[in-house]
Design a protein around this ligand. Structure first.
Ligand SMILES: *Cc1c(COP(=O)(O)O)cnc(C)c1O
Length: 399
């Protein structure tokens, strides 16, 4: 492929592949299907034994006292925010670059999100920025394990302790990752997970919170069940019918059908994370000599769960902007994606009064990031196609 012979698909050339490769995709086996079907034929479709089994499987995997399953990763964040008893005027520090749900959970509980800047090499919350923002009004600090590697929770906990704030990990990307030998799930006071299909274990929609704190776990169990202190099955077992609603909760329960799928999916977590790491290593190797792009950096001593593989297309090295690069890669049949726009630049947050310029590093790196396809069932040809397309685009657009 010489420069003169290559024409980008976006300019009428032949695409690298005809069928677009998505950036993420669930993998469902016959075993998963059988587990769901068996539950459909059982006595309990919701609030049954599969809920306990899934919670125990998660708690065992993470090495934590409590796992509380809920109906989505967003519900998990809401339950965590509720558990720390936020009140109006309280502040919750969150990273500028994350999915909107991380910040929204503060608003659900009447508190105020405060946006911390990120480290542009990792897109993890910058502890120095947190230190500058923390005040006695800070009730929680939420770190996001962006792409699948843990934040510096030792530092975040140290900062939070000075004002008695709770550290929450939004580990929607992080199931299966470690800091040293310590699994994501026990690094913060509360850790939330998502079981959306593109994440590490799929239940359709679903989520969980892990914690070693008995009182926080109990608050979240009551919260997910309307603020009622006993569930249907417990009452049946006791022959009781009266129940107490003691606080204002939600119906955030996860069904037995979904838990059955989750248990079956969790059994393949290790193998799937290993495959994700293998693909990431191939990308790292292929892009090592390219000075116009820079993959995100993995922190020292971290076992990366690689929910996402994100590269920066460096502005000084390219003739076009990130959006043109994304359009060109999509035209080549590569389903690239973007994670994420700084939350406070969304119209809803602008209407709340947040203004551009708040987190300069996040805003600058946002203009450069692109998420490449990464999921365990990608084959070698899929991986090669991504590499070929990236190199083709770089060849044309490099300055
Ligand atoms: C996926 C995700 C969520 C929300 O999870 P849902 O299960 O889709 O509600 C929250 N935070 C981050 C960082 C996520 O990636």
């Amino acid at each position: 492929m010489t420069k003169t012979q290559t024409t980008l698909a976006i300019e009428g050339g032949v695409p690298v592949r005809n069928q677009r490769l998505p950036y993420g995709r669930q993998s469902i086996t016959q075993q998963d299907v059988d587990a769901v079907v068996a539950t459909l034929k059982s006595e309990w479709l919701t609030t049954g034994p599969k809920v306990d089994d899934f919670e125990q499987a998660i708690a065992r995997r993470v090495g934590v006292r409590h796992a509380v399953v809920v109906s989505s990763g967003t519900a998990a964040l809401h339950a965590a925010a509720h558990a720390v008893a936020l009140a109006p005027g309280d502040e919750v520090i969150v990273p500028a670059i994350t999915f909107v749900a991380t910040a929204n959970c503060a608003l659900y509980e009447g508190a105020t999100p405060v946006f911390a800047d990120v480290n542009p090499d990792t897109l993890l919350i910058d502890p120095d920025s947190v230190e500058a923002l923390i005040t006695p009004r800070t009730k929680a600090v939420i770190g996001v394990d962006y792409a699948g590697q843990p934040c510096d929770y030792a530092r975040l906990r140290e900062l939070a302790r000075q004002v008695n704030a709770t550290v929450i990990a939004d580990a929607s990307h992080g199931l299966g990752g470690n800091a040293g030998n310590t699994p994501i799930g026990v690094l913060a006071d509360l850790t939330t997970f998502s079981f959306h299909p593109v994440k590490h274990a799929a239940t359709g929609e679903g989520g969980a919170i892990t914690t070693d704190d008995d009182a926080l776990a109990q608050r979240m169990r009551v919260f997910r069940n309307h603020g009622i202190t006993s569930d249907h099955r417990t009452r049946e077992a006791k022959g009781a019918w009266l129940y107490d609603m003691v606080s204002l909760g939600m119906n955030y329960r996860l069904s037995d059908i979904q838990c059955a799928l989750g248990i079956s999916q969790l059994a393949r977590l290790e193998a799937n994370v290993a495959r994700r790491q293998e693909i990431a290593a191939r990308y790292d190797h292929a892009f090592a000599g390219e000075d116009a792009i820079r993959p995100l950096v993995t922190r020292e001593n971290v076992h990366h769960a690689y929910h996402l593989y994100v590269v920066r297309f460096l502005r000084g090295h390219l003739r076009v902007n990130r959006n043109t690069i994304m359009a060109a890669l999509r035209a080549e049949g590569i389903g690239v994606n973007l994670h994420y726009r700084p939350v406070y630049l969304h119209p809803y947050y602008r209407d709340l009064g947040f203004i551009p310029g708040l987190c300069p590093k996040a805003e600058a790196v946002y203009e450069e990031i692109v998420t490449l396809p990464l999921f365990p069932t990608m084959n070698e040809q899929d991986v090669s196609d991504v590499i070929t397309a990236v190199k083709k685009v770089l060849e044309i657009y490099r300055v």
